[in-house]
Design a protein around this ligand. Structure first.
Ligand code: ZN
Length: 314
């Protein structure tokens, strides 16, 4: 038996974060996904412009990467039964940048439990290992900002990594865009003309690239923390590519500010890394966003209910 079909599937961990593929996905490129149904949301009805009710349902798909992504199914795809964690293949899926989920249209080929080597492999993985780990690790492993405080490292100590479910409560748009070295991607020095990369010790004329640094406050019910995000993490927080935001920065300051305004109050799961450094003779706690992910409210609710049951014993 063949071990793979000729279909190129994009692993789920590469869909939403930290991958060069992200650019083309964001630009509306279609791709193929294979995933196992990890959880199924309630059927909702959305009214269309001409007052028709359209069934909609969020279905969380996971794969052996351990990551999950939400697929929003519409019409009869939303009304189908998804019992016993079926394997779903979406040929020609799209990523909705605004909602951070997979979408499908009438051209997408949707298959449930197809007879493909990849589907059998995924089923076997899920039945043996995956059912205890996929998708659960992320929200369940999140701690609160208050809990994280007790793990703040000593000055010069090993950085502390944790995941947290938080809301962006403040975003600073000044100095978010900077000119960077095309080779090492570090910020250019502006003292000289032309600009200079201190790291590469090289003058950079017009072949600079843009860098993005997002300075934000994230909050949960227990506290607040200032964080810094670069590159793909910053793009994911703002929901826009560096190229796009740099263009707005150069040509349309109003739209540029709007991108930041729109991203405030976005809820995401953040992978954070905190270290304690001496900066200008003072110790300062610096928290970096390593990655951020969209999350499914139904998963968060399920975990919250589980915790309430554990605490109350009901
Ligand atoms: Zn450089």
């Amino acid at each position: 038996m063949s071990t793979s079909s000729n279909i190129k599937f994009l692993p789920i961990n590469r869909i939403s974060c930290d991958d060069p593929m992200w650019e083309s996905i964001r630009a509306g490129k279609k791709f193929n996904v294979i995933g196992i149904v990890v959880s199924v949301g309630e059927i909702q009805e959305i009214s269309t412009k001409n007052n028709r009710l359209l069934p909609k349902r969020n279905i969380t798909l996971g794969d052996a990467s351990g990551k999950t992504v939400v697929w929003t199914a519409w019409r009869y795809e939303a009304q189908k039964k998804y019992d016993n964690n079926p394997v779903i293949v979406l040929k020609g899926a799209l990523f909705n940048v605004e909602y951070h989920n997979l979408t499908t249209n009438f051209r997408t080929i949707i298959q449930i439990n197809p007879d493909l080597p990849e589907a059998h492999k995924l089923r076997e993985w899920y039945d043996t290992v995956g059912k205890n780990s996929v998708g659960k690790n992320k929200i369940e492993s999140c701690i609160t900002l208050l809990e994280a405080e007790s793990h703040n490292p000593e000055v010069g100590g090993i950085p502390y990594h944790f995941s947290q479910l938080g809301v962006i409560t403040l975003l600073n748009s000044t100095e978010a865009i900077y000119k960077a070295c095309p080779k090492c991607k570090k910020k250019l020095e502006h003292q000289q003309n032309p600009d200079k990369c201190k790291n590469c010790n090289k003058e950079i004329c017009n072949d600079y690239i843009y860098g993005l640094k997002v300075d934000a406050d994230i909050s949960d019910s227990t506290g607040n923390r200032n964080v810094v995000a670069f590159g793909e993490s910053a793009e994911a927080m703002l929901g826009i590519s560096i190229q796009e935001i740099a263009q707005l920065f150069e040509n349309n300051k109003f739209m540029y500010a709007q991108v930041f305004e729109k991203a405030v109050y976005k809820t995401l799961i953040f992978d954070l890394s905190t270290k304690n450094e001496i900066y200008k003779d003072q110790t300062s706690l610096r928290t970096m966003v390593q990655c951020c992910y969209p999350f499914d409210y139904s998963d968060a609710n399920a975990i919250l209910l589980k915790k309430i049951k554990e605490i109350t014993g009901v």
